[in-house]
Write a protein that binds this ligand. Structure first.
Ligand code: CS2
Length: 501
C-alpha cells in the first residue's frame, strides 16, 4: 500500500473497509478490569473475550486497564499509549486463511515500574471489580517442589519493608486491597489466567502468606472478601514477528507496532466465584463450571507438557518451530505415545470431554503450519514450566508404577540442552530462563556426577532419590551424551513400547 496509517482511535473508520473494528463506544468505558501483565496471551484471550462482550452487550463498566510493573513492560506501554490501547489480532487458520480484527477493550495502560502510586490508585478505584493476572508460571513466587511462598526473593523483602511502594504483584495486591478495606469499598476478584494447576487457589495461598507477614487483620479480610476463581485458559499465541507487522502494512496500509497473532482455537473454563460482579462471559463462549480442576490438569498435562516434549527434543534435533516437529512422524508418534501412556493415566475424568478427540485436536493445533510457534518460546522458562507440566506426571507415574520412559527422555534431554547449549549439529540454542545460570552449573557437572542436574530439589523434588527413576535416567543420559541424535532414542522407546504392548 502506498499510504500507511498508524493504528489510533481517530483512524479506526479508515480501516473498517478491510477488517473488523470495535463499534462500541470506547470513550464511555469504565475500567472494571485491571490486568497485570499485558503480553501476547492476554491480548489474544481475556482482552479478546472482553472485546466480544463489549460488542455484544451494553455493559460499559467492563473496559480493561493494563498495568505493567516490570521494566520489561515499558515497550508495550509505549506502543499501547501511542495506539490508545488498540491493536490488531491476527488469527491464522491451518488452511492459510487469516482473519484480522482490531481489539478495543483495553482503554488505558499504567506503567508502574518507576512509580507504583497510579497503579495503586487504579486498583483501589471504586470502578475496579476484577484484577486479572498473566504473570507467567514463574511469577507466583513459590518453591515449585514444596509449594511454599519464597520470602527470600529480594523484591518480596523490599515490598515487606516498603508496603506503600510495592514492586511485586503480591505487594501491589495487598496494598490496593488495604486501601479498599480502609475506604470501605468492596474487594475485587483476583483472577489468575496463568497455566498453573489450581491457579486461583495458588494465588490465594501466596497472597495470604505475603499479607499475613504484613498485617494479620488485612489477611483475614482478604480471606473473607476476595474470590480467587480457578480457571483453565487456552489459546496458542506465538511471539509476534516483523513479518506480522509487515503483513498488516502491506495488506491494509495499517501501521500497528505490536499486533498479536494466534490460532483460531480458544477456550476458557472458569469457576463462577466473583467478589464484586463479572461480565456475562457465558454469552461469548466462556464455560462456567463448579470445579475446574480436572480441566486444568487435562490441559496442562497434555497441551503444555506436549509442547515441552516437542520443544526440548525438537530444540536438540535442530527444529525451530513446533509445526516443523509435527511434520516428523517420529515426533508425532512420540508425542502421542507420551500422552497415551504417561499423561492420560494420571488424569481425572473430565465430564463431557472425550480425551481421545482432545488429543487428536491437539495434534492438529500443534501442526498448524501458519502459527510457526517457535521452539525457543516453548522452551523459555522451562524451569518454571516443567515441574508443573511434566515432572508432576512423572512423580505420579512413579507412585502408581506407571510408564516413565517418555518423560525421562525429556528430562535427560533438558540436562543435555542446559549443559551443551547447542543442537545436535552444534548450532547454538537460544535459551531464556530465569534459572539459566543454575541450570547450566548443575548440568555441567554431569560428567562427574550424573545426577547433579536432577539433584536441584526445588525443581525435581526427591526424584534423585528414586531408584527406579535414577536407573532409567542414568542410562538415558549416557545415550544422549554419546549420541545427541535424540530421534534415535525416541524411536527406541517407541519400538520398545510397540513390542511390549
Ligand atoms: C506453552 C503455552 O508456554 C508454553 O510452554 O505451552 O504458552 C501454550 O501455548 C498456551 O498455554 C496455550 O494455551
Amino acid at each position: 500500500m502506498e499510504h500507511t496509517l498508524p493504528v489510533s482511535q481517530e483512524n479506526l473508520s479508515q480501516f473498517a473497509n478491510h477488517i473488523r473494528i470495535p463499534t462500541f463506544d470506547r470513550k464511555s468505558l469504565k475500567m472494571g478490569i485491571v490486568h497485570i501483565g499485558v503480553g501476547g496471551f492476554h491480548r489474544s484471550h481475556l482482552a479478546f473475550y472482553t472485546d466480544k462482550i463489549l460488542e455484544k452487550t451494553n455493559t460499559p463498566e467492563w473496559g480493561i486497564c493494563g498495568v505493567g510493573l516490570r521494566e520489561g513492560d515499558r515497550k508495550i506501554y509505549d506502543v499501547l499509549k501511542k495506539q490508545e490501547g488498540l491493536y490488531t489480532l491476527i488469527v491464522k487458520h491451518p488452511d492459510g486463511k487469516i482473519e484480522s480484527q482490531l481489539i478495543g477493550s483495553i482503554v488505558d495502560f499504567i506503567f508502574g515500574f518507576d512509580n507504583p502510586d497510579p497503579m495503586l490508585e487504579r486498583m483501589a478505584h471504586p470502578d475496579t471489580k476484577i484484577v486479572s493476572l498473566t504473570i507467567t508460571e514463574g511469577g507466583y513466587n513459590f518453591n515449585p517442589s514444596t509449594g511454599a511462598f519464597d520470602f527470600e526473593n529480594p523484591d518480596i523483602q523490599y515490598d515487606l519493608d516498603h508496603p506503600d511502594k510495592p514492586r511485586t504483584v503480591f505487594g501491589l495486591l495487598t496494598a490496593s486491597l488495604a486501601k479498599r478495606r480502609d475506604a470501605k469499598l468492596p474487594a475485587f476478584t483476583v483472577m489468575s489466567c496463568d497455566n498453573i494447576e489450581h491457579n486461583g487457589d495458588v494465588t490465594r495461598d501466596m497472597l495470604l502468606a505475603f499479607a499475613k507477614r504484613h498485617d494479620d487483620d488485612l489477611a483475614d479480610w482478604i480471606e473473607q472478601k476476595v474470590c480467587f476463581p480457578n480457571s483453565m485458559v487456552d489459546r496458542i499465541t506465538p511471539v509476534t514477528t516483523q513479518s506480522d507487522i509487515d503483513y498488516l502494512e502491506k495488506s491494509y496500509g495499517m501501521k500497528d507496532e505490536w499486533p498479536v497473532t494466534c490460532e483460531p482455537f480458544i477456550q476458557w473454563v472458569i469457576e463462577d466465584k466473583f467478589s464484586n460482579g463479572r461480565p456475562e462471559f457465558e454469552k461469548v463462549g466462556v464455560q462456567f463450571v463448579p470445579d475446574v480442576k480436572p480441566y486444568e490438569k487435562m490441559k496442562l498435562r497434555l497441551l503444555n507438557a506436549g509442547h515441552s516434549v516437542l520443544g526440548i527434543l525438537g530444540a536438540i534435533h535442530g527444529y525451530k518451530t513446533i509445526n516443523a516437529c509435527m511434520e516428523d512422524e517420529t515426533f508425532v508418534g512420540f508425542l502421542r505415545a507420551f500422552m497415551d501412556k504417561e499423561a492420560t493415566p494420571v488424569l481425572d475424568e473430565v465430564k463431557g470431554i472425550d480425551l481421545k478427540s482432545y488429543k487428536d485436536s491437539l495434534a492438529v493445533r500443534f501442526a498448524n503450519p501458519n502459527i510457526k510457534d517457535s521452539v525457543s518460546r516453548i522452551c523459555s522458562e522451562s524451569s518454571a514450566k516443567l515441574p508443573k507440566f511434566l515432572i508432576a506426571t512423572l512423580q505420579e507415574n512413579l507412585d502408581r508404577e506407571g510408564s516413565i520412559h517418555f518423560a525421562t527422555l525429556v528430562i535427560a534431554a533438558w540436562c543435555y540442552y542446559s549443559d551443551i547449549r547447542t543442537d545436535k549439529n552444534g548450532q547454538a540454542l537460544e535459551i531464556i530462563d530465569a534459572m539459566d545460570v543454575e541450570l547450566h552449573q548443575a548440568a555441567k557437572q554431569t560428567k562427574t556426577n550424573p545426577f547433579a542436574f536432577i539433584q536441584q530439589e526445588s525443581l525435581f523434588g526427591n526424584l534423585a532419590k528414586n531408584e527406579r527413576f535414577t536407573k532409567i535416567y542414568q542410562v538415558t543420559l549416557q545415550k544422549i551424551y554419546k549420541n545427541p541424535d535424540v530421534k534415535t532414542h525416541m524411536q527406541d522407546i517407541l519400538s520398545y513400547y510397540k513390542s511390549n504392548r
